[in-house]
Write a protein that binds this ligand. Structure first.
Ligand SMILES: *Cc1c(COP(=O)(O)O)cnc(C)c1O
Length: 369
């Protein structure tokens, strides 16, 4: 047992709150016959989180990057894994080796997956992504039948289903119209080719509220969920989902300077180090503090400061805040809530200590940090 490292900035990750969040989503969505595939990408496939999600009932894990999926496999996570970004041609060998299913949109890629899978004598499952208006990945709906005709005979490729991704690029919401189109497309594919599709994946966290509230018929039976599990909210307007913890992950950093200073800078003024020129209101003298946290650590616009503390600017290594109440003191620890961009950047940052609290029991193989 080593001495506990206390270092800042640090992320505190409460595995039991993450577990609660995923269990809640799994059980609520199962009432609608929709399975939840947790998306691990913000955690870079970290085995502690993978184990937490599996113990909480997840049957499959997803990630956008093959290295993260490999990391889970190598640390002993045996559950099926889904690659949720269209595979790179240069990575098809590892894709068939480490992933049971990949999301796909290109014939050339599927042909190479087929070759790689045949060589290794394994079957690889694919989910074909359909464009429904957010204009990221996916085939135009009219092209799906023709596309399947070209790949249906490829050896060692199993067409497991279809899916879509919404909300990420243009914030296009799931609605009756686009979800019905996806459902009908599933029916058409099945009758045209005599197939059974077992996965109709209706999107990400942004589709949860639609799924929970929709009362009509739908073929959608899967969502790929990251943000809602880790942050307890869905992308649109950071809307909170009742019953989910929104503070499972927090970022804490330390105050290194605290002064009373004028709010207005003085001297001849040009653009700052980042090519910006913010307008500053004259508030007279203010209580200003510097926190040892900056743009090299985290996407600071995604930080949510505690009451009485307002973030006014940031540079590479400094977060400048003003306080309305008592001035902050040197050495004081300030804890922030995070939005998705802050979560993604801080979890990927080498400068930030990650502390996993209330962690599940791990097998020896998984004791990696
Ligand atoms: C990131 C991602 C998800 C998960 O999105 P959240 O908003 O975190 O739920 C789902 N599907 C795909 C294809 C993704 O890239």
């Amino acid at each position: 047992m080593g001495r506990k490292r206390v270092n800042y900035p640090r992320l505190d990750i409460d595995c039991s709150k993450i577990s609660h969040n995923v269990q809640f989503l799994i059980s609520e969505l199962s009432l609608k016959n929709i399975s939840v595939t947790p998306v691990m990408k913000v955690f870079l496939g970290h085995p502690i989180i993978a184990r937490t999600l599996i113990d909480a009932g997840a049957k499959m894990l997803a990630d956008s990057r093959i290295e993260n999926i490999q990391r889970m496999t190598q640390s002993g996570i045996t559950a099926p894994k889904m690659l949720i970004r269209t595979p790179m041609l240069s990575q098809v060998e590892s894709v068939v080796r480490y992933c049971d299913i990949s999301l796909n949109t290109e014939i050339k890629v599927i042909q190479k997956l087929s070759k790689a899978a045949s060589r290794s004598n394994i079957n690889h499952g694919i989910v074909i992504m359909v464009e429904l208006g957010d204009l990221r990945e996916g085939l135009m709906p009219d092209h799906v039948i023709g596309f399947i005709r070209e790949i249906i005979a490829l050896p060692n490729i199993v067409i497991r289903g279809i899916g879509t991704n919404l909300a990420c690029r243009f914030g296009i919401m799931p609605d009756e119209k686009n979800m019905t189109l996806l459902s009908n497309l599933a029916d058409d594919i099945e009758t045209t080719f005599g197939l059974t599709l077992d996965i109709i994946s209706g999107g990400n966290s942004a589709s949860i509220n639609w799924a929970l509230n929709y009362t009509g018929q739908t073929r959608v039976n899967n969502l790929r969920v990251g943000e809602a599990i880790f942050l307890g909210c869905v992308p649109f307007e950071q809307e909170k989902i009742k019953a989910l913890y929104t503070d499972a992950i927090t970022l804490t950093a330390e105050v290194i300077e605290s002064k009373i200073k004028p709010s207005l800078p003085w001297g001849k003024r040009d653009l700052n180090a980042f090519g910006e020129k913010e307008t500053v209101p004259d508030k007279g003298m203010v209580s200003q503090a510097i926190i040892a946290l900056g743009r090299q650590d985290v996407c600071v616009t995604g930080l949510n400061a505690p009451d009485g503390v307002t973030i006014t600017s940031s540079t590479s290594d400094h977060l400048i805040v003003e306080t309305s109440g008592k001035p902050l003191f040197i050495g004081q620890k300030i804890t922030f809530n995070l939005d998705y961009s802050a979560l993604l950047s801080s979890l990927s940052s080498h400068h930030i200590l990650k502390v996993f609290n209330n962690r599940p029991g791990l097998t020896t193989l998984e004791k990696e940090e």
